[in-house]
Write a protein that binds this ligand. Structure first.
Ligand code: NAD
Length: 471
């Protein structure tokens, strides 16, 4: 894996103005250097994307789609290389990294097939009113560290097919797959259509305020999302914000607790809990509470927590030191407000490893219940009345996702409809699908990603009223 990584500006690979270490979270050791862009390199990337915009926007949509398909094929052909790098910088087990790479190719193919056709709004007599969708210009894609590749292509796919050009800015702790993706695109796309700049969190303000950027497509925390929104006010940029969540799993009283506990466990612990729509708190009816908690604890103790590069690893480390410390502190504090029945400690080895942790009998106002933990720890709460439960579930500023588990589907649907989240899954785990719109309510986001509605957000509408000249 010893190799150099570069910024991509105007179709050329560049060293950074400086560079920084990228740490493998399973070893806490630096394994590569990442180039760091300064303000001038950001300006150069934006200028290159602006220059490329006219030609790319004028390329027929079929031609743009063909290029996206080429990128998807190239990504799949190099899936092992991308997956190994993803595991090294992000920490997830290798088989899950391969899934992220293949899933990213699927996302690209899905967007390559999408079209926003002109809409006839009125056609009567001689008057014809048509709405066209046109690209915005330069899109800045700002991404977090939990799914560095998937969350990037969620933006690259719709931006490219609708005729925009891009400046991509990955998270400082997982920048390398984005650099490698830039290199891959360089061989396929015209110069400047995709540019990659990296930073250590310094470029955010300059990007959001940049007059040459038309839209910010952001995925990350709610706190940073608010800064992004504030930063775009002066230039009135278009913005989509996919932010944090505190998703509840609501278990109804007509299920087999052992079977559903397995699903809830998976939904909470996949990617070491670092998924925006991971299950972050579980609510279980009183009569089955003990059995449910016992099964969760059993599963937690069975998990193989290891370096994602090792065969058999099921849960890797938390991605970075800051998050590791945050999750460790939440677990330590939860010992005063609840009972830890599995895990509860970092592993005694190098790396940001935390044993999968289950906390029961925890108070509603404990930080672990109220805040987004974004780590391998699940609080399990008891309830006896569904109406009162809905209030507890909705009593948060977040509104991203959630799950309901029940045999009576009609009842489960009714409960789901009362949860104030952008998406609720019934009897299935987080199944984000690029064909289906995804959005956060309340402070979990602004705007839509994915689906045709998500694609529209990379365009602006222009209405043309046409009438023959009868003078
Ligand atoms: P973060 O907000 O710290 O960082 C996200 C990105 O923003 C990084 O690239 C970072 O460098 C950049 N950034 C930092 N300061 C900035 C500024 N002032 N202006 C613009 N950009 C700036 O998030 P994170 O810790 O990397 O990711 C975890 C968070 O992301 C969690 O809250 C998680 O729920 C959320 N997330 C949401 C979704 C979703 O679709 N809703 C998906 C994945 C992750």
């Amino acid at each position: 894996m010893e190799r150099d990584y570069h910024l991509l500006i105007g179709g050329e690979l560049h060293a950074g103005a400086a560079s920084f270490d990228v740490i493998n979270p399973a070893t806490e050791r630096a394994f590569a250097r990442c180039p760091k862009a300064d303000a001038a390199q950001l300006d150069a990337a934006v200028a290159a994307a602006q220059r490329a915009f006219g030609g790319w926007a004028a390329t027929p949509v079929g031609g743009r789609a063909d290029k996206i398909l080429e990128i998807a094929a190239a990504l799949e052909a190099r899936a092992d290389e991308f997956a190994a790098l993803l595991t090294a910088e992000q920490g997830k087990p290798l088989d899950q990294a391969v899934k992220e790479v293949r899933g990213s190719a699927f996302v690209l193919r899905t967007f390559a097939a999408m079209r926003l056709e002109p809409r006839v709004l009125r056609e009567d007599g001689a008057v014809r009113v048509i709405e066209h969708r046109t690209p915005l210009g330069v899109v800045a894609a700002i991404t977090p560290w939990n799914f560095p590749l998937m969350l990037l292509v969620n933006k690259v796919g719709p931006a490219l097919v609708s005729g925009n050009t891009l400046v991509c800015k990955p998270a400082p702790t997982t920048p390398l797959t984005t650099c490698l993706f830039g290199e891959l695109c360089r061989d396929i796309l015209p110069a400047g259509v995709i540019n990659v700049v990296c930073d250590e969190n310094e470029l955010g303000r300059a990007i959001t305020a940049h007059p040459g950027i038309a839209k910010i497509a952001f995925t990350g925390s709610t706190a940073t999302g608010k800064k992004v929104l504030a930063g775009t006010a002066d230039t009135l940029k278009r913005v989509t914000l996919e932010l944090g969540g505190n998703d509840a799993a609501i278990v109804l009283d007509d299920v087999d607790p052992t079977a559903v506990a397995g699903k809830v466990f998976e939904g909470a612990m996949r990617n070491a809990g670092q998924i925006c729509v991971a299950i972050k708190r579980a609510y279980v009816p009183e009569p089955m509470y003990d059995a449910f908690c016992d099964e969760l604890a059993r599963l937690a103790r069975e998990m193989v927590v290891d370096d994602g590069a090792n065969q058999g690893a099921q849960i890797g480390p938390v991605q970075n030191r800051q998050q590791y410390e945050k999750v460790s502190a939440l677990i330590a504090a939860s010992k005063e407000h609840g009972t830890v029945i599995a895990g509860g400690e970092p592993l005694d080895r190098p790396g940001y490893f935390i044993a999968p942790t289950i906390v029961r009998d925890i108070a509603d106002d404990a930080a672990l219940v109220r805040e987004e933990q974004f780590g391998p720890v699940l609080p399990v709460l008891k309830y006896d009345d569904v109406d009162a439960l809905i209030e507890r579930v909705n009593g948060t500023d977040y509104g991203l996702g959630g799950t309901v588990w029940g045999r009576d589907l009609e009842r489960a649907c009714d409960v789901a409809s009362r949860v104030t989240s952008g998406t609720v899954w019934i009897n299935q785990l987080v199944a984000i699908d690029p064909r289906i719109p995804f959005r956060g309510l309340k402070q979990s986001g602004l705007g839509t990603e994915m689906g045709l509605e998500g694609l529209e957000e990379y365009t602006q509408a222009q209405v043309i009223h046409a009438m023959p000249l009868n003078l």
